[in-house]
Design a protein around this ligand. Structure first.
Ligand code: COA
Length: 396
């Protein structure tokens, strides 16, 4: 098996293995859209007898971690054809990809895992959770009215391309787990609409909440209209909704929950600390269901720690079987430490607390961290705690 970098002409073949599991060959449109946001030198493929049987690629992100924005590899289109699975092809692809990321100096890699069993062995740790909701509009009342002091405007695709990105950029810059979107990303992905993505619902709708002429919140959604026995049973499918302030966020959700004719509002990929829990009179009615969201790989532990902000210090002894260059003791400023270790843990478990999505006490209760110096877990807990849960509003 030859694992190597792909050429730009091979993009279609690099997508094909994972596309196979979606039940399709990659369409021309899909290939064109990927080509706008994926650099060919970030694609790796596995080839046997002249045929590409596996692939793994990475977007180049500016990614928000607590207190900083870092370059990160956004791992995507990972797949091995069913004719070639369980022969180590993914392992070879991960080897090539992680070595490449390390050489490029990107301190972390992030991904959404199709199954939780795949990436732990390569040093990835589950680093964030997300939730999906479905709420009947009759139960969508807030505890107190929202005073957002703005007005809503539906946007054409062209208007959305100008108005929405600045709002997103403000939220992304202060939310661990989010990444900066380029113009190409907005066109090829976030605002892209096609029949294939509608799943029985309507066209993509874009709305902005503006105050004093400035966008402060937006939502992207679809309506799926239906009637049963003469009464409407429509659904608002929220693709993405966010605001730059508590009032703006509450305002955009009030808008979504107030769309006439619709019976319910459905949304996925929400942060686990979503303000709706404290805004709604009956938050239980959201039927919030949790799942894992981002997985993180600390490719260069020292650089990843140095990038984050910490309030106190503790010496971590990190074990990393797949990327042995990380095996060392670290102070939280990222420097290698000659002091005795306070805490011993695996690199994948450090990844789980890196964005603030899990805590050291949680790791301890699951038996995933060893406290050597008494009180060290409590100090590490203080050091790593963040004021908000990490949130990635989009599967890439
Ligand atoms: C997941 C996938 C890429 C794995 O590829 P692969 O070439 O079979 O993986 P490898 O042979 O390198 O497996 C390495 C190890 O991981 C294990 N493993 C791999 N995929 C696994 C899975 N889905 N569930 C459980 N274990 C898995 C293997 O058993 C092997 O374990 P071992 O080292 O103890 O023998 C492949 O099954 C696939 O394409 N699946 C469908 C698409 C998909 O899920 N892609 C990932 C998108 S995020």
């Amino acid at each position: 098996m030859d694992v190597r970098r792909a050429t730009s002409a091979e993009l279609r073949n690099a997508i094909a293995p994972v596309s196979h599991y979606f039940g399709n060959e990659p369409t021309e449109e899909n290939v064109r859209r990927f080509a706008r946001v994926l650099r060919p030198e970030r694609m790796h493929v596995a080839e046997e007898d002249g045929r590409i049987v596996g692939g793994a690629s990475a977007f180049e992100f500016r990614f928000t971690v607590p207190g900083a924005i870092v370059p990160a590899a956004g791992v995507t289109i990972v797949g091995v054809l069913p004719t070639h699975t369980r022969r180590g092809v993914l392992t070879q692809l991960m080897r090539a990809q992680l070595d490449d990321i390390h050489q490029r100096g990107e301190p972390i890699a992030v991904l959404w895992a199709s199954e939780e069993t795949i990436y732990g062995r390569f040093g990835y740790g589950m680093a964030a959770l997300c939730g999906e909701i479905e709420i009947q509009r009759v139960h969508g009342k807030f505890r107190s009215p929202v005073d957002h002091r703005g007005s809503f405007r539906l946007l054409s695709y062209e208007e959305a391309l100008e108005v929405i990105p600045p709002v997103y950029a403000r939220v992304a810059a202060e939310t661990p787990g989010m990444f900066a979107r380029t113009r190409e990303w907005w066109e090829a992905r976030a605002l892209h609409d096609s029949e294939a993505r509608r799943d029985g619902a309507g066209e993509l709708v874009r709305v902005v909440l503006e105050r004093d002429g400035e966008g402060v919140a937006y939502a992207i959604y679809r309506l799926r209209m239906d009637f049963e026995a003469g009464s409407s049973t429509g659904e608002v499918r929220v693709i993405e909704a966010m605001g730059v302030s508590p009032e703006a966020t509450a305002g955009i959700w009030r808008y979504l929950l107030d769309i006439d004719w619709m019976e319910r509002v459905q949304a996925e990929l929400l942060p686990v600390d979503h303000p709706l829990f404290l805004l709604l009179e009956q938050p239980r009615r959201m039927r919030f269901r949790l799942g894992d969201s981002l997985w993180v790989r600390l490719v260069d532990v020292g650089a990843a720690l140095a990038a984050r902000t910490f309030d106190s210090d503790v010496v971590l002894e990190v074990a990393d079987a797949f990327c042995p260059w990380n095996n060392a003791r670290y102070a939280l400023d990222g420097s290698k430490s000659v002091e005795d270790a306070d805490i011993r843990l695996d690199v994948s478990d450090l990844a789980s607390v890196y964005l603030g999505g899990f805590t050291f006490p949680q790791l301890a209760r699951a038996g995933r961290v060893e406290e050597i110096a008494p009180g060290a877990l409590a100090r590490a807990d203080v050091a790593f705690r963040t004021d908000r849960a990490p949130w990635c509003p989009e599967i890439f």
